[in-house]
Each structure stands twice: as structure tokens, then as C-alpha cells.
Design a protein around this ligand. Structure first.
Ligand code: UDP
Length: 421
């Protein structure tokens, strides 16, 4: 290994140890934690900075070898909503600076996650004269473009544009997102690095469907559709409910929706209404959020994993379902769109409309489309966290030393660093 780095990772709005599948915790938390863990394992030191919930004390928690989570308070008078955090970027930067001085730390590089962290990272990069890299996780222009949910505020769009112009590197998880960055933000290709998401392949593996159904209390003779993720219009769960209705009045056809904040979740209530109107309420199960370690059983119990998102920056869940050897029917988003182009076994790409998804699911159900689970799993083995961390470290090295781009290998088969294309 080259010299160990000291890395300041910023995940200000969302803690990497928050409850996954709830409003502010999903793929970004999994990604930050896994990337840091692998970097720590490789001998680098990673401090992840996040905000403390209102009234909580600042704390330093060891997450794994060489990785600490530092929760900071900034003395705001009231609990802060995510939408207001941008106002406090200076305060968070000052709090991080005070921590650094107290701990007599130094950092070689700053890696921000999401635009709010980016604002803080940008301030620190100027003060410390260190390179600043950013992963957006979602882009306002793309989110707004889908027409789902409320449009992102103009200030976010502006901030993302400025961060793209001023950061030393932009890390994007897949080719679809690289295309989005260049098309919607005119991002300079020579500063975009592809750093994919990953899956814990030892944990997410094919396993017996019967055993999984028994474990979870599902009937093995039921044909189960599964979708995992935060409940949000952008995630397209409504389209899956409509798909279920199109597949006919069959009591053995069920839809399990994993994720969300439970019965009080406004989006869950909205989806329940849609299911009632479509006449399928009795066949849609809302589990609420499920711990990440327990998810392989859910993927195993499913006959088809359905992703109907209107936009994904990457989409870890689809990859997890494939790693578990399940057939996946998807809309054309994120990494699954790219994988479909290269002929990934187990994957059926649709336009995301209920009609097209219903046809694809019917083809799996009637045996027209069948793949061996092991073949599905094997084809996504390259998406592992050590590889993802290695790609990020190459981008850091380039930003710190100005090394010539070596173009880390991309899981999509092309050179990752678009400068090398
Ligand atoms: N997740 C989880 N439990 C849940 C819902 C989601 O562990 O109840 C995890 C899921 O396994 C995946 C992540 O949260 O690793 C969601 O990531 P994805 O990229 O699919 O969506 P995002 O949240 O980034 O939009």
C-alpha cells in the first residue's frame, strides 16, 4: 500500500448508523460505512463527520478498524430539518475544525456525501488547502425531472452546479449517473471518477426459498413480488401496486414492500389508499424498515424483485437482489439499466410502466424466463466493497498527488475515469 491516508468523510445530514429504509437513511449510509470500513481495513484512517440530533451530546464512536464516527452539535436553537441544514454549513465547518484542533488531527483529503456535506467540505477544503471530492448520491435536476414528489429548491440545483465546478473530483457510481452529470450539469468529464456501489457477497447469496418463506411466515406456494427501499414517490412503489392489480385477481400473488417509517408514515398511508382503490389491499404487505442483515431472507423468499424507481443514482437494492440470485424486473435507472445493456442474467429491463412490468413478471411466473440463481449471483460478483474502496482511493491519490489517471477498472467494463476514455 502507498502511504496511509487520513480521510475526512462528511455525511452531515444523515448518520451512517441511522435506521436503514427510513426517510433519511438508505443507500448513502450503506455506501459511506462500507467504503470507510474497507479503507480502514486497508490501513487508512477515516473520520466520518455527521450532525448530532437536537439535544444530543457530541460523541466519537469507533465503527471499525481505523474508522470513527464523529457526531457534532452546532448549537442551533431548534431541531433542524434537512431542508434547513444548508444555512449552517459554516457552523458545521467550524465545529469540524474545532474537533480537528482538539484532537490534533490532520487530514489529507475531504470526501463529501450529498450536496449539504459538499457545502461544508468546500469551506474546509479552502481553509485546509486540501483536495475536496464529492459524491452526490442524488441530483436535484434528475429528481425534479421525474415530476414525482415536490421539486428540489433552486438553491440546491445552484449549489450542486457550483460544487461540480469547484470540486477536485466528482465520484459517480455508474455510467448512467456519469451521463446525467455531463448532460444536466455540464460536468467536466476529466474530473468524474466512477466509484461503484457494492454488495456484501458473503451475506447476499442465493439460498433456499422454502426455508426463507418458513422463517418469515410467508406461504411458499404464493408468488411473491418484493420491493425494498424508502417509501417515496421517486421509488415508484405506486407503479408496483398498479402492476399487481394488472396481474389479475389471484389470491396467491402477493407484494411485500420493505422499508418506510411504519404505519404513521404518510407515504405508506398513501400507498395503502392506492392499493385499496386498485382492489389489492389484502395482498400488499408493508413490513416497515428491516435491518440490513435480515434482508437476504426477504430476497430469497421473493419470486421476483421489482424496481420501479423513476430515478436512481445507483440503486443498491437491485444489486442485492441479483446477488441473492433473484430475477429482477426494473425500470431503466441506475446500475440496473447498465447491467441490462450488457446482458446480465436474471434481469428484465422495462420502461417501468405497470403494463410492461406485468408482462415481464408474467414471463417469469409462467417459466418463459428462467435463470439459475448461481449464474445471476456470479455475474454481479465484481460489485464488492473492497473494489469500490480501491476505486475511491485512486481518485483520492489523483486529487492529492496529481498522479496520471490510471483509469481504475469499471464494473461496467469501460475505463472508469472518463479522462481515460
Ligand atoms: N435497506 C435496509 N432496510 C430497509 C430498507 C433498505 O437495509 O428496510 C437498505 C438496502 O438494503 C440498501 C439501502 O438500504 O442497501 C438502500 O439503498 P438504495 O441505493 O437502493 O436506495 P437509496 O436509499 O440510496 O435511494
Amino acid at each position: 500500500m502507498s502511504n496511509p491516508l487520513a480521510i475526512a468523510m462528511l455525511s452531515i445530514h444523515s448518520s451512517p448508523i441511522g435506521i436503514l429504509g427510513t426517510r433519511n437513511n438508505g443507500g448513502m449510509s450503506v455506501y459511506v460505512r462500507a467504503l470507510a470500513r474497507e479503507m480502514g481495513r486497508a490501513g487508512h484512517r477515516v473520520d466520518i463527520f455527521t450532525r448530532a440530533r437536537h439535544g444530543r451530546k457530541p460523541a466519537v464512536t469507533r465503527l471499525s478498524a481505523n474508522v470513527c464516527l464523529i457526531t457534532l452539535t452546532i448549537g442551533a436553537p431548534t431541531p433542524l430539518e434537512k431542508g434547513d441544514l444548508y444555512r449552517y454549513a459554516d457552523d458545521y465547518a467550524t465545529a469540524i475544525e474545532a474537533f480537528k484542533a482538539d484532537a490534533r488531527s490532520r487530514y489529507d483529503v475531504i470526501h463529501s456525501h450529498y450536496w449539504i456535506s459538499g457545502l461544508v467540505g468546500r469551506i474546509l477544503a479552502k481553509r485546509w488547502h486540501r483536495p475536496h471530492l464529492i459524491t452526490f448520491h442524488t441530483l436535484a435536476a434528475l429528481k425534479t425531472n421525474t415530476g414525482t414528489g415536490s421539486p428540489s429548491p433552486a438553491r440546491r440545483l445552484r449549489a450542486e452546479g457550483e460544487l461540480i465546478r469547484n470540486s477536485d473530483a466528482i465520484l459517480a457510481p455508474c455510467q448512467t449517473e456519469i451521463d446525467n452529470l455531463t448532460r444536466f450539469y455540464a460536468a467536466p468529464p476529466d474530473r468524474i471518477w466512477q466509484v461503484p456501489g457494492g454488495v456484501d457477497l458473503d451475506h447476499f447469496q442465493p439460498r433456499s426459498r422454502k426455508v426463507a418463506c418458513r422463517q418469515l411466515g410467508f406461504a411458499p406456494r404464493d408468488f411473491i413480488l418484493l420491493c425494498v427501499g424508502r417509501l417515496a414517490p421517486l421509488k415508484g412503489q405506486a407503479r408496483i401496486i398498479e402492476t399487481l392489480a394488472r396481474l389479475g385477481d389471484d389470491e396467491h400473488l402477493k407484494l411485500i414492500l420493505v422499508g418506510g417509517d411504519g404505519p404513521e408514515d404518510v407515504e405508506q398511508q398513501h400507498l395503502q389508499q392506492i392499493a385499496a382503490q386498485a382492489g389489492v389491499a389484502a395482498r400488499v404487505v408493508f413490513t416497515g424498515s428491516i435491518p440490513h442483515r435480515e434482508l437476504p431472507a426477504y430476497y430469497a423468499a421473493a419470486n421476483v424483485y421489482v424496481q420501479a424507481s423513476h430515478y436512481e443514482s445507483f440503486g443498491l437494492v437491485g444489486l442485492e437482489a441479483l446477488a441473492c440470485g433473484r430475477s429482477v424486473v426494473t425500470s431503466p435507472v441506475g446500475i440496473l439499466a447498465t447491467l441490462a445493456e450488457r446482458g446480465q442474467p436474471g434481469l428484465i429491463l422495462t420502461d417501468g410502466s405497470p403494463g410492461a412490468m406485468a408482462d415481464a413478471i408474467a414471463a417469469v411466473r409462467d417459466g418463459t424466463k428462467v435463470w439459475p440463481p448461481e449464474a445471476i449471483h456470479t455475474a454481479v460478483r465484481e460489485f464488492n466493497w473492497p473494489q469500490a474502496a480501491a476505486s475511491a482511493l485512486e481518485a483520492y491519490a489523483q486529487a492529492i498527488h496529481g498522479n496520471p489517471a490510471t483509469g481504475p477498472k469499471s464494473p461496467c467494463g469501460a475505463a472508469t475515469h472518463t479522462a481515460a476514455l
